[in-house]
Every structure is written in C-alpha cells, then in structure tokens.
Design a protein around this ligand. Structure first.
Ligand code: ZN
Length: 684
C-alpha cells in the first residue's frame, strides 16, 4: 500500500481543483493517481469524523451537522472524477480500481452510520430540535440525518445491531446471486436458426442475431437470445408462431429453470429477511420502511395510483385484444390467441394504422440544433444562458464545456457534455455532478455533466438524432437543470438529492418541450434544405405514441402490483411463486399478456434493494410530469412566465429542501391526479 503521507490533498489535481474555470486540471491527472489519493482522502475523512464525534464541546448545528456535511471534500472530489471516468472513459486500470474501491467506500460509510458517539451528538440535537430556533431547511436536514442513522440501526441494542448487519450482508449476497442467476440463464439459452427460419425479420434484427450466433461459436447461423433487444423484436416480427412460443416461454421462465441458477429460494429468503428487517426497525412492513422517505409515503398512496390505472389498462387491453384476434383470424390463424401472438399482431395493426417511418424525421433532428433547443427552452423558462468555452481539457476530447449564466450575467454553474459513443463508455445516458451547488460554508457552484451515446458521424458531417435520442437529450438535460438551478443551503438536499419517486419529475417534464411546435419550428430544420419539419409529419409521429398502451400498461402495472403485494404485508409468503400466481388471478390478469418482469428475474426488486417496493416510481413520476405539463397547456402558453417562475422556485431550485408533496403543491396549487397521465398514455 502506498504511503498516504506522499499525497498532499491540498495540492493534488484530483482534490484541489485548479484547472481553467475552477475545473479539475484534467491534463495533469494520471490513472495511477486515483488509488493513493483515494486512500489519503478516506483517511482524512475518517480523521474529520473522529474529530466531530470526539468534540468535547456540546453539540451545535455548526460543530456537528454542518461539520458532518462539509467534511470529506477531498473524498467527494476524487470520487466524482473517478466515477465520471469509470462510466464515460474507462480502461483496465480504472476497472480494476473500481472493484477495489466499491467495497472500501461501503465499509467507510457504514462505519460512519454505526459510529455511536457521532449518533449521540446528532440525537442530542434532534431531541432539542424544537428549541434550537432552526429555519425550515436546517430542521429538515437534521431530521433526515437523524432518520438516516436510525434506519441504519443506530438505535438498536448491540444484539439488534449485530442482527441487522447480518441481515444486510445476507441480503446483499442474495441480491448478487439473484442477478448472476438471471445472467446465467440468459447466457446459457439460445435458439439457433437458419436462413429458412427468418420469415418476417427486419435486417437490423437479422444482423444482431447473426452476431449473437457467431459469439456463441455458430458462425453463419442466427441466434434468438434472451436479451430484451433481441427477444422483443423477434416476437414482434417473426412469422413463425412455433418459434415465438419457444422464445416467449424461455424468456418468461428466466430464473426458474431448476438447478443452480434457480431463483425460487433466493426470492423466498430475501422476502423473509426483508420482513424481519422491517420488524427490527419498527415498521409494519418492508414497503412501509422503504416508502417512509418517498413522496408516496405509504403503500396505500401507491395503490391509490396503481389500482385505477389497472382497471383502465385491463379495459383497454381487452378491447385491443379483440382487434388483434380479428387480425389473426383474417391472417388465417385458427389457434387460440396467445401471449406469444400479442406483439406480432400488434405490429401488424401498427403498420395498418400508421404507415409511417421514423427515419423520415431524422434529417430534421441535428444534434447541435437539438442542443440549442434544449438551451433555448431553459432560457425562455428560467432566464439562464449558455456560452461554450472551446479548448478546455476535460476527461475526454469529446467533452464540451459551457458556462451557465443568470439573467444578470453572473455565473451560475458549469455544464459539461459528452455526446458520442465510444468503446470506453458504458451504454445509456445519464446526468451526474462533479460538484453540487449549495451555500453552506464557503458555498459551491454546481458543475454538472451529461453523458450520451449518440453515433459519431464521419468528420465534417452533422450528427443526426432519432426522436427517442432527442428525447433522451432533453431528459438528461432536465436532470442537469435540477442540478444547475439548485438554490439551497445544505449539500445533502442539493439538486437531485430528492426521493426516488420525485427525481424523474424534472427530467420527464422537460421532455415535453421537445415537441412544442414553436421549439420545433425554430430548431427542427432539415439538414439539407434548412426547412422546418412539416406539421403533418410531426402529427403522425405524435399519434403513434399512444399506440399499444393497453398492453404496455398491463405489462408494467402487473409487475408494480406484485412488487407491492410482496412487500406491503408484515410477513413473507412461504412460496413466493405460488403467491405471484394467486395474486395475478385475483387481479384478473389476462393470460395473453405476461408481466414485464416476473418474480424469478425481477432485477429491479431482487437484484439489490434499489427499486424494491419502488417499481411504481416510474409511473408515479409520469403522473407528476403529465400533470405538471398540463398546467402549462391549461394556460395556452408553454412558456407561461408566472408558472415557469413557480416551477423554477419549487421544483428545479428546491432540491430536497422541503417535502416533495409540499413542493409540488406550491407549484401546481394541488396534488396531481392520474388523469393527465392516463390521457398521455391513451388509456382514456
Ligand atoms: Zn432520468
């Protein structure tokens, strides 16, 4: 282990940021710097925590809560650069370090949450909170901090603490096993086909199936695999009903095939441990524990959303099924309509109803103009402007740097964006922060970044986006605005530090402005002719958006309801898969649609804790964004200034400084109903 004495955190480019515009000096950061700097920064943070916990003075907000929040700056700095590199520009050195650093970090932070002297000081402040004369934000941060400690077991006796640690450890290895089992089933299963079996398949699918076969040592053949990107188009396009049935059954049985990779017992054990954990911490159920710090707060609130949606989705799906059965009969099928027929006939119906190719839109969506559109909408809504600074070295030559200014010309934030795919970048699109924005201590200006994976065009040609890609760009930029417009005192409630079922509101809401006619007229200009996108083309594109809503909503909502059914009870079902079947029967689940994720491969819920009792969050956010944009539509002005100001103040600037329900109501005047979301989905 390298000596930590050799690292001067106050001068090292990973921790003391002295590059242009106050960015890290990326040009002078080497891959081998990370490991010794991490060790030094962890040690420094430990010393800070010890000093706070061991302080002889009585606890104050200043010497305890603020000291805790402002501590670990060097660790924050090196971490943020490291995780940026690990996602956007990795290599073997970084990957090896990742495996080393993850467990180190988790040990470090669990030691802090189990630090009894530290908790005693927090608890002392918490007990006196009403008499400390605190402003609302500080009070909320104190309460959240205290709750965080308690939820980590700080109030349990020694026995309880030991049991909780054991449960957490077991849950974490079971979660890893769950994910690896699904992966094993996905890896081990393939259906090899030959040219004669490919009737109906589009070229893009044939080439990915050819590649999948070659990777499995069957060059010249075609493989159906259980990766969603092959399975879904295969069951959508294949004319071969027998093959669709084989693929469907294999896909829905992932994790339930007996043998070493079977997840039945893993799930049973996890549900038992989760129920025990909730009881140990004094909650009525695991769902009650998980929902405690969300916007929904209770299982009942989740059901108040999901139950009416479920009714509508069942009706819509039943009507859709009739139409699909008619198509199947016309096509000469006399088999009973089955789950492996749904996508296939739905695609036929789509082709019949909307003769329309998304590729027609692409020439109108030039990357640089879509970026301009993103900025322009932010200027119109929030008064901020963007100025690109060329020639600044960031983590990779493709990363671009923008200075973000307030209406009065003062600097608000830095925005960095790295748009193109490359082998060293993981797939997907995301937003993150090199530095978050807050006022505590000396304060900090946000440095926010977006990572995309658009195909890089040949030199000199403009990059063109699909509609989905343009939407993704708006989505991630919405998250970025949440980080950049933040206006809070405390770091732990800055920017996107909000609950899981609230964090997608700023991003999903922002997507709506992409298709506002005034935005498209100005920015969606044909790459050759410079003419704006014809309205008829846009209308056709918008009309296809609600197609197939019955199927999609039944697929999603059934998974969300099963997730809640497992976790909202005080105990655990002895046989989870039987419980799944019985619950679906009670719900009148149609046998022609499968859950989007069945229990034995429901990674959101079982491969770790992230979305357990939380799969509903996706729809919850959709309710919020549909209702929030409806507020603008109701005024007839998508940039209504008074509303935009309320949106800035209560949603984009407020972070987690207040309860999300309070924030939303301050913006909208009331809580949302699912109506606007159901209209958006085409369910009513
Ligand atoms: Zn998002």
């Amino acid at each position: 282990m390298p000596s930590t004495k050799t690292v001067d955190l106050a001068a090292h480019p990973l921790t003391a940021w002295q590059g242009p515009l106050g960015l890290p000096d990326f040009a002078h950061i080497g891959d081998s710097d990370f490991s010794p700097v991490f060790d030094a920064a962890l040690t420094a943070h430990e010393a800070e925590i010890d000093a706070i916990a061991g302080n002889k003075d009585a606890p104050t907000i200043e010497n305890t809560l603020a000291a805790l929040e402002l501590g670990g700056e060097a660790l924050d700095h090196v971490s943020s650069i490291f995780w940026c590199r690990a996602g956007a520009y990795t290599n073997e050195t970084i990957q090896a370090l990742e495996r080393d650093i993850s467990p180190k970090m988790s040990r470090h932070f669990s030691a802090i949450s189990m630090n009894e002297k530290l908790f005693a000081r927090i608890d002392d402040l918490y007990q006196r909170r009403e008499h400390l004369g605190l402003d609302a934000e500080t009070l909320r941060v104190l309460e959240k901090t205290w709750k965080g400690f308690v939820r980590s077991g700080a109030k349990l006796d020694a026995e309880g603490k030991k049991r909780l640690a054991r449960i957490n450890e077991e849950l974490s290895s079971l979660g890893t096993a769950f994910g690896q089992n699904v992966l094993a089933d996905e890896r081990d299963w393939a259906l090899f086909l030959d040219e004669a079996d490919l009737a109906g398949l589009p070229d893009f699918l044939k080439s990915s199936m050819a590649e999948a076969a070659e990777m499995r040592g069957q060059k010249g053949r075609y493989a159906v695999t259980l990766s969603r990107s092959i399975y879904e188009p295969f069951t959508t396009f294949s004319e071969r009903r027998d093959l669709r049935e084989i693929a469907f059954k294999a896909f829905t049985m992932r994790g339930q095939n007996g043998g070493a990779s079977d997840n039945t017992e893993v799930v049973r054990d996890m549900l038992k441990l989760r129920a025990e954990k909730a009881e140990l911490l004094g909650y009525a159920s695991f769902a009650a524990l998980k929902l405690d710090d969300t916007m929904a707060k209770t299982p009942k609130a989740v059901h108040d959303l999901l139950d009416p949606v479920w009714e509508k989705a069942l009706e819509k799906a039943a009507a859709d099924q009739k139409e699909l059965e008619r198509l199947a009969a016309q096509a000469g099928s006399n088999e009973k309509f089955a789950a492996w027929d749904w996508r296939f006939y739905q695609e036929k119906l789509r082709a019949e109803k909307f003769a329309f190719d998304e590729a027609e839109l692409k020439p109108y969506l030039q990357l640089d103009r879509v970026i301009d559109a993103c900025f322009d909408v932010a200027t119109k809504l929030f008064g901020i402007t963007f100025e690109e600074k060329k020639g600044i070295v960031a983590w990779h030559p493709d990363a671009r740097v923008f200075v973000v200014k307030n209406a009065d010309g003062s600097e608000r934030a830095l925005f960095l964006a790295d748009y193109f795919a490359r082998p060293s970048k993981r797939s997907g699109a995301w937003m993150s922060a090199l530095k978050s924005g807050y006022k505590l201590g000396n304060g900090s200006k946000p440095v926010i970044y977006n990572i995309m994976n658009f195909a890089k065009p040949p030199a000199g040609e403009p990059a063109l986006l699909s509609v989905d890609e343009a939407k993704t760009l708006f989505h991630e930029f919405g998250h970025a605005l949440h980080g950049m417009l933040t206006d809070v005192t405390w770091p732990s409630v800055a920017g996107t530090s909000v609950s899981r079922d609230f964090v997608e509101l700023p991003s999903q809401l922002y997507e709506h402005w992409l298709t506002v006619p005034a935005v498209l007229e100005k920015h969606a200009l044909h790459v050759k002719t410079g003419k704006p996108m014809p309205k008829a083309l846009l209308d056709k594109m918008l009309a296809t958006r609600t197609f197939g809503a019955g199927f999609a909503t039944v697929e999603f909502t059934s998974s969300a309801l099963i997730d809640m059914a497992y976790h909202a009870r005080p105990d655990a079902p002895a046989e989870p898969l039987r419980f799944e079947a019985e619950t679906l029967e009670k719900l009148d689940m149609p046998d022609t649609i499968a859950m989007r994720h069945r229990t034995p491969h429901f990674g959101h819920v079982f491969s770790g804790d992230g979305y357990s009792a939380g799969y509903y969050s996706y729809m919850w956010s959709e309710v919020l964004d549909a209702d929030a944009f409806a507020a603008f539509e109701e005024t007839g002005d998508p940039f209504n200034p008074a509303l935009a100001e309320r949106l800035r103040k209560n949603i984009y600037a407020a972070g987690g400084s207040k309860d999300p329900e309070e924030l939303y109501t301050a913006f909208r005047g009331k809580m949302p109903s699912p109506e606007a979301m159901m209209v958006k989905r085409g369910l009513v």
